[in-house]
Design a protein around this ligand. Structure first.
Ligand code: FE2
Length: 429
């Protein structure tokens, strides 16, 4: 007797009429033959032919800043640099209680949207490490329902801040998981490169993963991703290192990129693009044409580099919108990178599910026997339709238990001669 049987499901790889058998929080069987008649279970969930996906994963977020929009003022220029300055104004005013309250509120949004794993950068430049303490507490509190991975992020530059290294190491000692960095914000290119070397050495010595904000600018000569790939190889950190943003690659010379991409692939470095934020913050110094600023996603994927999409910001000094909806992130990535083929649209869905799960080294992620019984039932028939509709999360499960549900989205029509209902669903291609 199973604990739970999910039947009549479509899976992201296109298999239809599938059943998932779940016992003790794990998927124990997956197959077309699993039905209530063949696989008795204490509880059944009829997916109605709709898409059952593993949960959404956000590989790049800032939970210490989230939901602080307007505190103490809004970003007038809309630039990354004013955002950093504004965050600097807000930092001394932060309290642990407010940080925890906002982060927990965001985690509620995340669960409602089927987003059950988040990697959050946390600023380590405050000598009190208030945000680190707060986010470690949040990590403990949300652990039953959400995997929160924390990155020690020296927002002001690990070398630009005289106590940068000491504070970052202190954050790691407190239990932060990943080493962060921001080489393009150091005082010089040389210092940026030095920071990459230093931070990778700290990660190698402490057995940590690395995720650096890397070249988040429109400057085609910002090439710290090259150093990151080099240090990854030198220190044997393949598969454990990520370059986040990499927006300068949008503006780089094509010849240089033809050398760079194979180096990134060879080093096993992953890349995280943040489409909503990159399209908003980059190109701000341009007149026309204005650059999009998104890194070269299809080209990186074609080289075999793992690329994920992150949300980065929700209602904070850098971005005034957002709702923990990774399908909105995927939709923006699809549009800005012009990933419009059937295969590319599916890659955009993977970029907010399986690909970030690999970057975070999530244990037991997926819909195969042996995986955790974590999944989302979407009001869509396939991944492309899920992106098109930002599909309603009909049900969200973790370890075989329901965490959230949302009523189906249906419009009633009062048209003369054509009364009825529509859910906007229509199987794509
Ligand atoms: Fe970021």
């Amino acid at each position: 007797m199973l604990d739970l049987l999910v039947h009549n499901a479509t899976l992201p790889d296109g298999r239809q009429g599938m059943g998932l058998g779940i016992t003790a929080g794990k998927i124990v069987a997956v197959g077309a033959g699993l039905t209530p008649a063949t696989a008795p279970a204490r509880e059944t969930l009829d997916a109605g032919g709709l898409l059952v996906s593993p949960p959404f994963v956000d590989a790049h977020f800032h939970m210490d800043a989230t939901l602080s929009y307007g505190l103490p003022r809004v970003n007038a220029s809309g630039t990354l640099l004013e955002g950093i300055a504004l965050w600097g104004e807000l930092k001394p005013l932060l309290t642990q209680e407010a940080l925890i309250e906002r982060a927990l509120a965001y985690c509620d949004w995340a669960v409602a949207k089927g987003l059950l794993a988040i990697r959050s950068h946390v600023d380590v430049c405050d000598p009190r490490l208030l945000a680190i303490e707060a986010l470690l507490e949040v990590k403990r509190r949300v652990a039953p329902y959400l995997d929160l991975q924390l990155v020690a992020f020296p927002q002001d530059g690990v070398l630009r801040d005289p106590q940068g290294v000491e504070k970052l190491k202190r954050a790691l000692a407190m239990g932060v998981d990943v080493v962060g960095g921001i080489p393009h914000f150091e005082r010089t290119m040389a210092d940026g490169a030095l920071s990459v070397k230093l931070l990778c050495e700290i990660a190698a010595a402490e057995g940590r993963m690395v995720d650096m904000h890397c070249d988040e600018s429109d400057d085609p000569l910002s090439r710290h991703i090259e150093t990151l790939a080099f240090e990854t190889q030198r220190l044997g950190l393949q598969g454990r290192v990520t370059g986040s943003h990499c927006t300068s690659m949008h503006s780089m010379d094509n010849y240089y990129v033809s050398k760079l991409l194979p180096l990134i692939a060879e080093a096993g470095v992953s890349v995280i693009a943040n489409p909503l934020i990159n399209i908003t913050l980059q190109g701000r110094h341009d007149t026309y044409p204005k650059r999009r600023g998104l890194t070269r996603v299809p080209e990186l994927l074609a080289q075999g580099v793992n690329v994920a999409f992150g949300h980065d910001c929700v209602m904070d000094p850098w971005y005034s919108l957002g709702s923990a909806d990774m399908l909105e992130v995927a939709s923006m990535g699809l549009h800005v990178a012009q990933m419009t083929s059937q295969a590319a649209m599916r890659q955009c869905f993977d970029a907010v599910t399986t690909r970030p799960a690999e970057i975070l080294h999530l244990d037991g992620y997926g819909l195969e026997p042996g995986c955790h019984a974590d999944f989302v039932l979407l009001q869509a028939q396939d991944p492309i339709e899920a992106i098109r509709l930002r599909a309603t999360r009909l049900a969200v499960y973790r370890r075989g238990k329901r965490l959230a549900q949302t009523p189906a989205s249906t419009a009633s029509l009062f048209l003369e001669g054509r009364p009825g209902e529509t859910s906007l669903m229509h199987r794509s291609g």
